[in-house]
Write a protein that binds this ligand. Structure first.
Ligand SMILES: NC(=O)c1ccc[n+]([C@@H]2O[C@H](COP(=O)([O-])OP(=O)(O)OC[C@H]3O[C@@H](n4cnc5c(N)ncnc54)[C@H](OP(=O)(O)O)[C@@H]3O)[C@@H](O)[C@H]2O)c1
Length: 330
């Protein structure tokens, strides 16, 4: 922690690793110190794009760098357990992409290791730290729209990738539930808590993963959360929360940085607008830096228990739909 800045190492150089590296450029307490890839050329190219001092041709070399405080893991879901344990075992704090593990068993192993090593571990559920989502939670908790009666949250993107890609490949835990559905489930759990019951139905691929899935949570009395995720179509990716006094609308790509529109029953409207410094991933990076500096092993905003409740829900939805990850559901 020289210069009082948290030094980051990044595992992998894929789509999300680029987003996170971009965000770290504006995170005031952070310094991007090194990147590790399976291939040294890829690592060097990535390092040069973001002016990163060190590039390594393996994840093992990266975690052996004594100057790194925290590792960001941006590999596919099926590698999160392995990469997290590698990092924790080398005494690095960890921010691991969502889903942290692909099932409850994996997340328990990761959390137990973080506890044993007394290191920080957090699932990179970036939406939790965005101003629009924080505002939405504040509005719900303060009763601004009254008692919530209906939440709808959708996340559907047409994926043109082939069956070998992580979106579809069942060996890589493909399917919408862990990839995009996770955001819908997160929103319902964050705003309304654990449901009393749920139902789910999926459209399955030839490999047995979900190409589309819908899930409905039932809360006290008559309150429902109705959600779906799909790789087969491109409808608007929006969320709405309807209460007895009004409604909250989160526009297209609701899980990203954006505005919060409140419409009251008498027709009044209020738009809450927010500015973003980079691409929104800086908020989770800043939370990690704050927690590490404060000597915490988990975040109050997205705790180990939050991750456990979310993966438990996703395991239950998968069970209901008959979806199994053959290499992971032991
Ligand atoms: N928070 C968000 O907004 C968000 C958005 C998208 C994805 N994600 C999450 O981030 C993770 C990665 O997604 P992505 O879209 O960035 O994937 P991606 O573009 O395919 O990148 C994954 C990277 O992981 C590394 N890797 C290691 N072993 C691999 C293997 N066997 N096959 C493929 N790649 C391998 C590769 O980097 P090297 O070759 O350098 O080792 C690869 O570039 C997923 O868990 C996903 O859920 C989060």
């Amino acid at each position: 922690m020289e210069n009082n800045k948290i030094k980051w190492g990044i595992i992998s150089t894929g789509w999300i690793a680029h987003k996170f590296a971009t965000a770290l450029q504006v995170a005031p307490d952070s310094e991007l110190h090194a990147v590790g890839s399976r291939n040294i050329e890829t690592a060097m190219e990535f390092a040069s794009e973001y002016s990163i001092p060190k590039a390594y041709g393996s994840y093992e070399e990266l975690v052996n760098d004594p100057d790194i405080d925290v590792i960001y893991i941006g590999s596919p879901h099926n590698l999160h357990l392995e990469n997290t344990l590698l990092s924790l075992n080398h005494n690095k704090h960890v921010l691991c992409e969502k889903p942290m593990g692909v099932n409850l068993r994996e997340e328990r192993i990761m959390i137990d290791k973080a506890k044993e090593k007394n290191l920080f571990l957090m699932e990179a559920l970036w939406s939790r730290f965005l101003p629009n989502i924080i505002k939405t939670k504040e509005l719900i908790d303060s009763g601004e729209i009254g008692d919530v009666k209906l939440l709808t949250a959708f996340f559907s993107i047409k994926s043109e990738n082939g069956p070998e890609h992580r979106h579809y490949n069942i060996d890589l835990c493909g399917g919408t539930i862990l990839d995009t559905g996770i955001y819908n489930i997160f929103l319902s759990l964050l705003l309304l808590g654990k449901p009393k019951s749920f139902s789910a139905i999926a459209g399955l691929s030839d490999q047995g993963g979900d190409n589309s899935c819908s899930y409905t949570f039932r809360y006290d009395k008559d309150t429902l959360s109705v959600m779906y995720s799909s790789f087969l179509a491109n409808p608007d990716v929006v969320a709405e929360i309807h209460g007895t006094k009004g409604k909250i609308f989160l526009g297209h790509l609701w899980f990203c940085p954006g505005n919060v529109k409140v419409t009251y029953n008498d027709g009044r409207e209020k738009l809450h607008e927010f500015e973003v410094k980079a691409n929104g991933y800086e908020y989770e990076a800043e939370e990690v830096a704050r927690c590490i500096r404060d000597g915490k092993t988990q975040s109050d905003l997205w705790s180990w228990n939050d991750s456990i409740e979310m993966i438990t829900m996703m395991d239950s939805i998968r069970k209901e739909c008959g979806i199994v990850y053959p290499k992971h559901d032991l």
